[in-house]
Design a protein around this ligand. Sequence first.
Ligand SMILES: Cc1ncc(COP(=O)(O)O)c(C=O)c1O
Length: 439
Amino acid sequence: MWKIFSFSLMPCKTLLQTRASLTVQETENVTDFRTKVSRNPKMEMLRCNYLFPEISAREAQHLKKYPNAEVISLGIGDTTEPLPDIVASSMANYAYKLATPAGYRGYGAEQGSKELRKRISETLYKDMGIKDTEVFISDGAQCDISRLQLLFGANMSIAVQDPTFPAYVDSGVIIGQTGDVEKESGSYQKIEYMTCGPQNSFFPDLSKTARTDIIFFCNPNNPTGHAASWQQLERLVQFAQENGSIIVYDAAYAVYITEGRPRSIYEIPGARKVAIEVSSFSKIVGFTGVRLGWTVVPEELLYSNGFPVIKDFNRIVCTCFNGASRIAQAGGLTALSPEGFKAVLSLADYYKENAEILLETFRLLGLRAYGGINAPYLWVHFPGSNSWDVFNEILEKTHIITVPGSGFGPAGKEFIRVTAFGHREKILEASKRLRRLLS
Ligand SMILES: Cc1ncc(COP(=O)(O)O)c(C=O)c1O
């Protein structure tokens, strides 16, 4: 039923040229003068392009071909709905306070405001034994993933779900944890890829997983939208305990979990000794542009020499980060107030209704779509196809941007990721266009 046309993949160089928005003057400067500084070989090792810039480049190409097309993006996974009024007002009020002699403040604590750390520990980690001093406020989860990689250094071995959010692998490449990229699969040597697909209920077969120092585990997983069950997370914690590994648990989408599943790794007994949790306000309250997140490092998490990881993380935060924006923190504090949190949950519900519409659409198309229930992503299977071809075909026929699954790891090659972030009317229009493919 699903007909795949053959589209030639554009070479990276063309894409880079397309994207370049340099003026003639700047272009001349670039070509005329070179420094004597050689490029960091680790940067050269990164796969041709970071996934999302590559998609933007293809969108730009498409718009050149169809200048009047109304492209709908179900791609990058950015939030679209306005901030809750109560959250925006608290930030505005804070900003105005900064404009008064009495209310002005400069640098804050590098670890974040005491109040926000306390509120996070008391609301999101209630009954999990997380102290406010174990919560480090950040400018977003992605920045903290890189800071954690800086903390670990080049000599750590890492495991990642396959497929998963690309930042773990890319930051691992930059810091020097990986070997060369294998051209065929796009995977890096020295990374343990833990395949997660329909065949294993989207949870890795740990009996076949090699020991690594660090296990990146994204839950609910971006891109598959799968949220692990209690048993699955218990197995993961046990695996880390047996191997003396550290889990870096990315809970950026935890608020979307509605079925009876754990939202935090610290709901699993024993996790405090083996896990760091990274999280974010981005997808909770639409702070993708405001920038606010946090990382939990429990005091009991120790290196092999008995030194507490939290002390080193504190050092990294003090050295590489000077504290999150006070204004953003004021917004985060309100988002976690009883009234603010109601608004947060209703935002999540809105996106989940979008996900339902899209799930139904793919069902009508006769396609298997996973996720979308405990996460704002759908993972759609096109058996036997190449995900970039599917991406191109959908774009060509419907002017809809999706994300090719292979961008998230070798196991994504027959899938595309579809985001449920979007204005309702766009989601409905996307659904209509996709369903038209049937007729
Ligand atoms: C799994 C995951 N972690 C982290 C991030 C980045 O979050 P932040 O906006 O807080 O940097 C994203 C963003 O899409 C994500 O999908």
